[in-house]
Design a protein around this ligand. Structure first.
Ligand code: GAP
Length: 442
């Protein structure tokens, strides 16, 4: 087990195995933008699916939506993002590097020790123009959070779903921030994906729901395999609260650069609905039939980053082990997150073996993300699968042609069991769910 894993190892594994590549690489790259490769996109989809399953599918008090990235600029005036979504920025007078002044420990440039300018407030929203004329009146913004798309659709969702409060509205989507100091691989980037849920409740019940959602979100990471010793809670001080927040707690992860925010859980009060009611002139209050009253609900918001969670899952799963005198790199990813669930490995490329292996691959593809690999030695092929976290390899050997059995090799225990081909699908389903079979059941 590595005590303090350097980020470089993960960056290099990601490039080598097709998880993540630097964006625009053939043109020399573009700072802090990343592309997900064939293995990375599977992991990313699995994280988003796991979130959606827990936060929407398995609940009857949360509904999902998908709103546009470009929205009326009035939204950002009302939400306070145009005037308040800023970071204090300083510039080095010698080397002209720019820094978030809140991050600096000293009054000197961390790069060249030069003198710094006074802090200037810098708005983090990306601006562009709607339509062919580039003029002030046509300025619009790339959304810096998905949350506002939810607030401005609150009344639509309530009236079309006929649901009562408490009710959550969830969304997964891209957000953009012109960060002053992006970095640490995919930890802080200018384009990223968020998984956000706004949970609308009656004022007075908000603190209890805040505690509830904090615990639920913490459990989500633990259930997906994050080690408890790598997670902790941090409450925001009054001076660091976002402009909309009444209270906020972060779930922090022990990243290689130290404890840092993985997900924020905020009590946004009724700030957003009040602002949008006032500025749009539309009544966004909720009619509570039981008490025959109208009110603007309070909102509890668990807000997670897809890319940041992906980085935490990778770091937490990474291990270097010695097996029979040889070292192996392995990702002990939770089976539901593993990009590839099963890889089919014929022991030889000989035609009769290949025909059977391809048939098995075709059959398994219908149920699982399945790969097929017939290149190089079996040992090397296992190592490749360990490095991308594939929980099961199915090996087809010459004996398989005789007895219609194949070998399942398990990533974590390295156990190998022989099973009938006809039961393979069933056994792998059960194994992926963590069910244990006795040999007689196979
Ligand atoms: N709607 C509330 C909100 O956006 P936030 O704490 O600014 O709150 C929520 O962001 C989450 O989004 C963070 O915990 C992080 O996981 C992710 N996130 C924020 N900025 C990011 C960035 N520049 N790069 C990657 N992920 C980011």
């Amino acid at each position: 087990m590595l005590q303090k894993l350097e980020m470089d190892k993960i960056v290099s594994l990601c490039k080598r195995r097709g998880f993540i590549y630097p964006s625009s690489e053939i043109y020399g790259g573009i700072s802090s933008c990343w592309d997900y490769g064939p293995i990375g996109i599977e992991l990313k989809r699995n994280i988003k699916d796991a979130w959606w399953r827990t936060m929407v599918q398995e609940r009857d008090d949360v509904l999902g939506i998908d709103t546009s990235i470009l929205m009326s600029p009035e939204i950002w005036k009302s939400s306070g993002h145009i005037s308040n979504f800023t970071d204090p920025m300083v510039e080095c007078k010698s080397c002209h590097s720019r820094w978030r002044s809140s991050e600096l420990k000293e009054d000197k440039c961390p790069k060249c020790n030069g003198e710094l300018t006074d802090p200037k407030m810098f708005n983090l929203m990306f601006r562009t123009f709607m339509g062919p004329v580039e003029e002030q009146a046509n300025t619009i913004y790339l959304r810096p959070e998905t949350a506002q798309g939810i607030f401005v659709n609150f009344a639509n969702v309530i009236s079309t779903s006929r649901k009562k409060l408490p009710l959550g509205i969830a969304q997964i989507g891209k957000s953009f921030r012109n960060e002053i100091t992006p970095g640490n691989f995919i930890f802080r980037t200018r384009e990223f994906e968020q998984m956000e849920m706004e949970y609308f409740v009656k004022q007075g019940t908000d603190e209890q729901w805040f505690d509830y959602w904090f615990k639920e979100r913490y459990k989500w990471y633990i259930n997906l395999g994050i080690k408890p010793e790598n997670l902790r809670l941090r409450q925001h001080g009054k001076d660091e609260l976002a402009h909309y927040a009444k209270a906020c707690s972060d779930i922090e992860y022990l990243f290689p650069m130290g404890w840092s925010e993985l997900e924020g859980i905020a009590n946004r009060g009724n700030y957003d609905l009040t602002q949008h009611s006032e500025h749009s002139g539309k009544d966004l209050s909720y009619y509570d039939r039981e008490s025959d009253t109208h009110y603007l609900p309070f909102v509890i918001e668990p807000s997670a980053g897809v890319d940041r969670s992906l980085l935490a899952f990778l770091l937490d799963a990474y291990d270097e082990e010695i097996v029979k005198g040889e070292s192996r790199v392995v990702l002990h990813l939770h089976p539901s997150l593993a990009p590839i669930k099963v890889t089919v490995l014929p022991l030889s490329k000989k035609e009769n073996l290949a025909v059977l292996a391809k048939e098995i691959h075709k059959q398994l593809c219908r149920s699982f993300t399945t790969h097929y690999d017939d290149s190089q030695s079996i040992g090397r092929r296992y190592r490749r699968q360990d490095e991308i976290g594939t929980p099961f390899c199915v090996t087809i050997d010459f004996q398989s042609l005789e007895d219609n059995q194949v070998t399942i090799r398990e990533r974590d225990t390295l156990a190998q069991i022989r099973v009938p081909i006809k039961n393979l699908d069933l056994i792998l389903h059960a194994k992926l769910k963590g069910e244990i079979f006795s040999t007689s059941e196979l």
